[in-house]
Design a protein around this ligand. Structure first.
Ligand code: FEO
Length: 175
């Protein structure tokens, strides 16, 4: 594998592990403020992020390449509001989308077809992840912090009926 691509795939692990830790911390905070549906959804998102890191780890390991497990800084333990937390999720996912696009472009430039195919999965996954975060943020903005509205969204997340989050929550339920 091209050395720069190898280094950047290792560096990308930081983003995936950090997202896993941040989403777990968010889940625990949302559970503490009595929004268990949000918590369950985010525990699932955290597990998804770990599986993303493992996809890259497995790809490198399968090719007998060195994997560097990154140091992950401590994450916040609370956010200004559920809306602020979901806005932070969308921002984080957009950052990951840009990072994946750069990795994909590099893999094509160095003609690493196996890496390109592995990264193609992430390109599609990011469309879904951004869609879920954007939909949820839009719904939170619609209810504007109203308690009844928040509880309705929380129940929908618990049941997996928030548009865009359906497949995610369904998958979590199956785990
Ligand atoms: Fe693995 Fe949500 O980016």
């Amino acid at each position: 594998m091209d050395q720069t691509l190898h280094d950047r795939l290792n560096a990308h692990l930081q983003l995936e592990f950090e997202a896993a830790h941040r989403y777990l911390s968010m889940a625990l905070w949302l559970e503490r403020i009595d929004l268990p549906g949000f918590g369950a959804w985010l525990r699932g998102q955290s597990a998804d992020e770990l599986s993303h890191a493992h996809r890259i780890i497995d790809h490198l390991a399968d090719r007998d390449l060195l994997v560097r497990i990154p140091e992950i800084p401590a994450q916040p333990t609370e956010w200004e509001s559920p809306e602020a937390a979901v806005a932070a999720i969308l921002e984080s996912e957009q950052r990951v989308t840009r990072a994946i696009a750069d990795l994909y472009d590099l893999s094509e430039k160095v003609h690493d077809r196996a890496a390109s195919i592995m990264l193609q999965w992430f390109v599609n996954e990011q469309v879904e992840e951004e869609n879920v975060a954007r939909t949820l943020l839009g719904r939170l903005r619609l209810v504007g912090g109203d308690g009844v509205g928040m509880l309705m969204i929380d129940q929908e997340l618990a049941k997996g009926t928030v548009p865009g989050a359906m497949a995610e929550a369904g998958a979590n339920g199956a785990e």
